[in-house]
Design a binder for this molecule. Structure first.
Ligand SMILES: [Fe+2]
Ligand SMILES: [Fe+2]
Length: 175
């Protein structure tokens, strides 16, 4: 990254983009072997992504709303629906198809958050002098307790509903 661009990157953008990169690397490790999912890497990815979503849902989006005088960001509703879809996809045992679906959603979702005028840049601008304080809150976000995987019909129905609500297709055979 060139210095001029670096200077423009605010602390919230920098911190959460780094977290995206870290989670991408974990997910890549989880699928590094074509014949099986690396459970250790996937467990770290799952816990890390749930914590990341928690930071955005419980700290960042509420802060943005407060800083806008109670008016939520226009992209907040779409981001929350994506988070719901992603979080439910983390419940079943990971298959290649489920992981492909998570990666597909994250690719566009992260672009919306990281891009020019996206969630992170907007939050850095809104926070202004409060940015360091907000960053400290994000950094202090608690670890998430991850439950065992579940593949019951109720869970798979929940996955289908969450994907549909967020505007994604659901294919019974390969998610
Ligand atoms: Fe997000
Ligand atoms: Fe994010």
């Amino acid at each position: 990254m060139r210095p001029r661009e670096n200077e423009k990157t605010g602390p919230i953008t920098h911190f959460l983009m780094e977290d995206h990169r870290r989670l991408d690397t974990l997910l890549q490790s989880a699928v590094a072997h074509a014949d099986h999912v690396d459970q250790g890497a996937y467990t770290q990815f799952r816990a890390g992504l749930l914590r990341h979503i928690g930071m955005e849902e419980k700290i960042l989006l509420p802060a943005a709303k407060r800083l806008r005088g109670g008016e939520p960001l226009l992209i907040a509703a779409k981001l929350r629906l994506d988070h719901g879809a992603i979080a439910t996809l983390l419940i079943p045992t990971p298959t290649v198809a489920i992981i492909a679906r998570i990666r597909g959603i994250l690719k566009d979702h992260n672009t919306i958050e990281e891009g020019p005028g996206g969630l992170y840049e907007t939050c850095d601008e809104l926070a202004g002098s409060e940015a360091a304080q907000l960053l400290a809150k994000l950094q202090a976000a608690p670890e998430v307790t991850v439950l065992p995987h579940s593949d019951t019909p109720a869970v798979m129905n929940g996955v289908r509903r969450a994907l549909e609500r967020a505007g994604y297709d659901f294919h019974e055979d390969n998610t």
